[in-house]
Design a binder for this molecule. Structure first.
Ligand code: PHE
Length: 352
C-alpha cells in the first residue's frame, strides 16, 4: 500500500477504528511473543498507522490536523495498552515460574522414614505398663553404685564367694575425697534399687507396703557374644507387705507371663541360690515348642536385706525378682544375637 494510495481515503475515524482494533488485539494477546506480533502489526513500520503517517504530506491541511491528532491518540492508546498487557503477561509468567520452581518442603513427609523407639526401649516401656497394670509403681537408682548398695546390703559382705556371680566393673575412685578405692562400681544388677526403695519408703513415710518395679541399665565385665552384653538392662520387682509368701511370688510371675506373652504361655520356678533371697528360685517361661526358657532370678527377700533396708523382718516379708529386658525381647522377638541391639543396623531395627 503506497502512501498515495492511502491518502485519499484516510480519515480520523479510520485511524480511531484501527486504534480500537489494535488495542483489542494487544489486550487479548496471550503471550509476550503474540503481544510483540500485535505491536508490530499495529505500531510497526508496515502498520496502517505508519502508512497513514507517511501519507500525511498528501493530505490537505485540515484533514492532516484531524488525522494527525487521531494518529497521536492511536499511538498513545496502543502504547498504553501494550505496556499494560506486557506488565500483566510478565506478572503471569513470574507467577507460573514461582509455582513451577516452588520447593514444597512438606512434600517428603509422607514418604520419609519415621523413627521409633529401639526394641529394648519398647520392651522396657511395655514392662512398665504391664506392672503398672498390676498395681506397681516405677522406682529407679543410680548406675554408679557403692559397694554397699550393690553387694553388702544385699547380704554379700566383702569376700563373700557369691560375689563372683557378678563380673564387676570397678570405678577408679582415687581422685574422690572420702571414697575408698574399690568402693564405687557400675551396678551389676538392679537389686541395689531394692535397698534404696526400702530406705526411701521408710524415710518418706509412704511404705511398706511396697510394690515397685525398677527397670534400668546394668554393667558386667563380660565380652559381648550372642547371649551376653557388657551393658544390658534388667527390671527388678520388689514387694514388701505383711504375710507375703512364695505363693504370691509364683502367682505374680505367672500373671506377668500371661500379661506379657499371652494367655497360652506359662511359667515355673526352679530352686536356685541368690545371697539376697531365701529361698531362691530361678524362673522360666514356656516356649511355644514346649521347651522352657530361663528368664531370671527371684525369691523371698532375705531378713538381712530387710534389715539393711530399715525394716523389721518380724513385721514385714516380701519377694523380689529380676530379669534381663534385652533377653526378654530376644525371646519374644526371636532375636538370635544380642549384639544386634547395639549394631545400629536400620535393617534390624526397622523390624520392631
Ligand atoms: N539380681 C539378680 C541377678 O542379677 C537377679 C535377682 C533379682 C535374683 C531379685 C533374686 C531376686 O542375677
Amino acid at each position: 500500500m503506497s502512501d498515495e494510495a492511502v491518502a485519499p481515503e484516510v480519515t480520523a475515524g479510520a485511524v480511531d477504528a484501527q486504534a480500537a482494533e489494535g488495542v483489542a488485539a494487544i489486550a487479548g494477546a496471550r503471550a509476550v511473543d503474540l503481544l510483540e506480533d500485535a505491536e508490530s502489526t499495529y505500531l510497526g513500520k508496515q502498520s496502517f498507522l505508519a502508512n497513514v503517517k507517511a501519507a500525511m504530506k498528501h493530505l490537505d491541511p485540515e484533514r492532516r490536523r484531524e488525522v494527525g491528532a487521531a494518529l497521536n491518540r492511536a499511538r498513545g492508546s496502543l502504547e498504553q495498552a501494550a505496556a499494560t498487557r506486557r506488565a500483566e503477561l510478565l506478572a503471569d509468567e513470574r507467577r507460573e515460574r514461582l509455582a513451577a520452581e516452588r520447593l514444597d518442603l512438606t512434600e517428603g513427609l509422607g514418604r520419609a522414614r519415621v523413627g521409633h523407639a529401639h526394641v529394648v526401649t519398647q520392651t522396657w516401656e511395655r514392662l512398665e505398663d504391664v506392672f503398672c497394670g498390676m498395681g506397681y509403681t516405677v522406682a529407679d537408682g543410680p548406675e554408679v553404685e557403692t559397694d554397699w548398695f550393690n553387694f553388702e546390703a544385699l547380704n554379700l559382705p566383702r569376700a563373700h564367694p557369691a560375689r563372683s556371680m557378678w563380673d564387676t566393673l570397678y570405678l577408679d575412685a582415687s581422685g574422690l575425697d572420702g571414697v575408698e578405692d574399690g568402693e564405687l562400681v557400675l551396678r551389676t544388677h538392679t537389686s541395689p534399687v531394692q535397698i534404696r526403695t526400702m530406705l526411701r519408703a521408710v524415710r518418706e513415710g509412704w511404705g511398706p507396703p511396697i510394690y515397685v518395679v525398677c527397670p534400668g541399665r546394668v554393667y558386667r565385665r563380660d565380652t559381648a557374644d550372642a547371649t551376653h552384653l557388657p551393658v544390658f538392662h534388667q527390671i527388678e520387682g520388689l514387694v514388701i507387705d505383711r504375710n507375703i509368701s512364695m505363693a504370691d511370688l509364683s502367682g505374680t510371675i505367672e500373671a506377668f507371663t500371661k500379661a506379657y506373652f499371652g494367655e497360652d504361655m506359662t511359667s515355673r520356678l526352679r530352686p536356685s541360690y541368690f545371697p539376697f533371697t531365701e529361698p531362691s528360685a530361678e524362673f522360666d517361661v514356656s516356649a511355644p515348642d514346649g521347651s522352657w526358657l530361663e528368664l531370671g532370678g527371684s525369691g523371698m527377700v532375705h531378713p538381712n536385706v530387710l534389715r539393711a533396708g530399715g525394716l523389721d523382718p518380724e513385721e514385714w516379708s516380701g519377694f523380689a525378682f529380676g530379669f534381663g529386658i534385652d533377653r526378654l525381647a530376644k525371646i519374644r522377638h526371636a532375636v538370635d544375637d544380642l549384639r544386634e541391639y547395639m549394631s545400629n543396623d536400620i535393617r534390624f531395627l526397622a523390624q520392631f
